[in-house]
Design a protein around this ligand. Structure first.
Ligand code: UDP
Length: 329
């Protein structure tokens, strides 16, 4: 299939592009390079620089490249920033998708893969999280993602759009060969920050709270490898053949790991100490979040390759050790 990957130069998008090529598809990338990196793309991948809410550019790409399906990874993802600047988040994460879907429909493209998040659930009433549990996001970031899920449902009924939303748990790790990986500026995620602290590249790691209702007092999260996430996306392509549907899947390994367990994992994998200090809780962090991904495993035959968080950390370590400054752009 000819697949337009919007945000294909970003963290999850660039890994998905590689998996698409491996699976025999033809990815074309649109990215505005505000957060993405040209260096994350193989030179052979066709690249357009621009915004998802530019109907002229997007329409031209859809036509010229005979696009069959659009994948959208170009969202803003920083929870704290979404609280400080909700307009930025609603404009890109919601208005941007409305514009994009309108352009797709105007150009006859009706297959859409959307990156959603476990943050749409808010504070879970029960764990593990199953798809149809209530969604009550507690920050603008999660709310924008839920708004788009609902928008896609309405578009299925009204225009026959076929879409799938994947609710990621904690996307982590890097390509197995260490050639691409996570490079957010600023970095806010636990595994890269723990690795930077071990490498002496950043300050000591701050553990945000040690008084959660968890066995060791630090938060529990479900770390899932970025290549496993990508493979689930591709497995859903065959499902998007109806006259209007909205599918949704939780993607996680189902195994929770605490912040202290991640630190220990980084120390074991790298052979270095992770200097850390205890800091106050980060607002909006639930005690524990982990997925029940039975639905993806059953309906998409999704197989998780990286079931052990140490193996995920090992791929991240390889990337950061070989590329201490990230991408050189
Ligand atoms: N965390 C931490 N220190 C950091 C970054 C994250 O203690 O510098 C904790 C955070 O409170 C959460 C977990 O690590 O419990 C994962 O956070 P991350 O930002 O990586 O992902 P999130 O769960 O927010 O999507």
């Amino acid at each position: 299939m000819n697949v337009l990957v919007i945000g294909g130069a970003g963290y999850i998008g660039s890994h998905c592009v590689r998996q698409l090529i491996e699976a025999g598809h033809n990815p074309v990338v649109l990215d505005n390079l505000v957060y993405g990196h040209k260096g994350a793309l193989l030179p052979s991948v066709k690249f357009y620089c621009g915004n998802l809410d530019d109907p002229v550019l997007v329409g031209k790409i859809l036509d010229d490249e005979k696009i069959d399906l659009v994948m959208h990874f170009a969202a803003y993802i920083n929870v704290g920033e979404s609280v400080r600047d909700p307009i930025k988040y609603y404009r890109n994460n919601v208005c941007g998708v409305v514009s994009l879907v309108e352009t797709m429909l105007n150009h006859g493209v009706k297959k859409f893969v959307f990156s959603s998040t476990c943050a749409t659930f808010g504070i879970p009433a029960k764990l593990p999280l199953v798809e149809d549990m209530p969604q009550h996001p507690i920050n603008p970031y999660g709310q924008t993602k839920l708004d788009v899920e609902n928008f896609l449902k309405n578009c299925a009924r009204a225009y026959g759009l076929n879409s799938v939303a994947f609710r990621y748990f904690n996307a982590s790790g890097a390509a197995e060969d260490g050639s691409i990986g996570e490079d957010h500026k600023p970095e806010t995620h636990l595994i890269p920050l723990a690795i930077f602290a071990a490498m002496g590249k950043g300050p000591s790691l701050k553990i945000f709270g040690e008084d959660y209702k968890t066995p060791d007092g630090t938060c529990l999260r479900d770390y899932v490898h970025v290549d496993d996430l990508s493979r689930a996306h591709i497995a859903a392509f065959d499902k998007l053949n109806g006259d209007g549907m909205f599918l949704h899947y939780n993607l996680g390994t189902g195994t929770p790991n605490s912040v202290l367990e991640i630190i220990k994992g980084v120390e074991d994998v790298s052979g270095l100490k992770v200097p850390y200090e205890i800091a106050p809780r980060r607002p909006g962090d639930p005690d524990a979040l982990f997925a029940d991904s039975t639905k993806a495993k059953t309906e998409l035959a999704w197989k998780i390759k990286y079931t052990n968080v140490r193996d995920i950390i090992a791929t991240a370590w390889k990337w950061h050790k070989n590329n201490p400054e990230g991408f050189k752009d």
